[in-house]
Design a protein around this ligand. Structure first.
Ligand SMILES: *[C@@H]1O[C@H](CO)[C@@H](O)[C@H](O)[C@H]1NC(C)=O
Length: 432
């Protein structure tokens, strides 16, 4: 071909890369038939942050007498510390879970590799604690499931240098089939045993049955998060701090109306945030409030009506949601309108589940919507310092993680927004 023609073609292709991208079909659910191991063998090992300088190690054993013990240290094979934890199990119709162990280890050094072993034997695992200071990087992917696309997303996340994984709901897509929680645990173990996974509930975690099961039993038993450590009375909403970020995990399927327990807890948690210590304020939940995809339209409206004023008053920087199987990023918005003091909303429910992508968008694109695309992928959020963060979204393109959207986000910490709102609050508290 003529060089000029090649150039013209290249320009044409690159100019329309987003819209011309031919989306691959959904991939099959993975097959998990695996050799059986001894009944005390630790399965589904994952870790999560558990208060300042502590980490919770969770795993499952078939053996109901296995000890909830973790041995750990900073050199391979040499465990200078031992921690004992708690255990639980649950039954669900004809299914009975293994023994689910939760053991908190620490105090741990920041930004340090630890080697650990569960239950006094079995293989050695390796984790890295997050740094105490910027920069800190989060991997973000929601609506994971356990298909070939999930594997592709996980492989890409593994290639990225990150400190903590954030998951805005919909983990296993077990949907009442309890053994699928076990296979999901096995699928994510390589990543989730090495970096803390901080998760919140989605609709696929609920699994309630009228008169029989309240909901979230499997999720709460298996994915214990630091709710007690953050003054919450429920595993379904909590907060934690990493480096200079205060991160709040809310429940889209837990009562959120004014003066509900979750609402009251959120209000109290926001009041405790010290922006000098944690200049970044992030919030995650499952059902997006700003969504221009036709899927799940308006499902988040009631929660938004109840809670957006609290987030706005606290100058939340970024909201991460899932649920819609596509990617979308907004400008700073509040109350449905562009607002420099509102949060940037990102929908990242494109982890790779079996239900496939949500391809239909509302037109015209709302003023607040900057980038939207229905492809599987994951996000990376690097907080560079107290004012600058780099967000990028990586599409799973032919099994390569192609960076398709990226933006620098500046925090509201030094903005008029925070100062004005503080002033406003003071006025309310102290009178005119
Ligand atoms: C924060 O990071 C941004 C991007 O790298 C840089 O331009 C800025 O100067 C940094 N600010 C401070 C206070 O270091």
């Amino acid at each position: 071909m003529e060089p000029k023609l090649v150039l013209a073609l290249f320009l044409l292709i690159s100019a329309t890369a987003t819209s011309e991208y031919t989306r691959p079909p959904t991939r099959k659910t993975l097959d998990f038939s695996r050799p059986s191991k001894s009944s005390s063998h630790p399965q589904q090992v994952h870790i999560s942050l558990a208060g300042d300088k502590h980490m919770r190690v969770s795993w499952v054993t078939d053996d109901k007498s296995a000890a909830s013990m973790v041995e750990y240290g900073t050199s391979p094979g040499r465990y200078s510390n031992i921690a004992l934890g708690e255990s639980t199990w649950y039954s669900y119709l004809f299914y009975s879970s293994g023994k689910i162990h939760h053991t908190v280890i620490g105090p741990l050094e920041d930004n340090t590799v630890y080697y650990y072993r569960c239950g006094g034997g079995g293989p050695e695992y390796k984790l890295k604690t997050p740094p105490a200071q910027f920069p800190v990087t989060f991997a973000v992917a929601g609506d994971l499931g356990q298909t070939g696309w999930t594997q592709s997303t996980l492989d890409h996340i593994e290639q990225c240098k990150y400190d903590v994984h954030l998951l805005p709901g919909d983990l296993s897509y077990a949907d009442y089939m309890q053994h699928l929680w076990d296979t999901f645990g096995e699928l994510v173990e390589p990543l989730a045993s090495a970096r803390p996974w901080m998760v919140t509930q989605g609709n696929h975690e609920r699994e309630s049955i009228p008169f029989l099961k309240d909901g979230f039993e499997s999720y709460n038993s298996r994915w214990k998060m630091p709710f007690e450590e953050s003054g919450s009375s429920s595993n379904l909403y909590y907060s934690f701090e990493v480096a200079g970020a205060h991160i709040i995990m809310l429940g889209s399927y837990t009562d959120y109306y004014e003066y509900s327990d979750q609402y009251n807890w959120l209000e109290a948690d926001l009041a405790k945030v010290d922006r000098n210590k944690t200049p970044w304020l992030l919030v995650l939940f499952h059902v997006p409030w700003y969504n221009s995809n036709e899927a799940h339209q308006n499902e988040g409206d009631k929660m938004m009506e109840a809670m957006e004023p609290l987030l706005y008053a606290a100058s939340v920087d970024i909201v991460l949601a899932g649920h819609v199987h596509a990617y979308e990023r907004t400008e700073r918005v509040n109350n449905g309108k562009l607002d420099p003091c509102g949060a940037v909303h990102i929908t990242i429910g494109d982890g790779g589940n079996r239900e496939g992508l949500a391809r239909k968008y509302k037109n015209p694109q709302p003023a607040w919507s900057v980038f939207r695309e229905a492809s599987f992928g994951h996000g990376e959020l690097k907080l560079a310092n107290s004012t600058h963060a780099y967000w990028s979204w990586h599409r799973n393109d032919d099994d390569e993680p192609v960076r398709s959207d990226q933006v620098w986000i500046t925090s509201l910490v030094n903005s008029e927004c925070v100062a004005e709102k503080k002033h406003g609050m003071r006025k309310i508290l102290m009178g005119p």
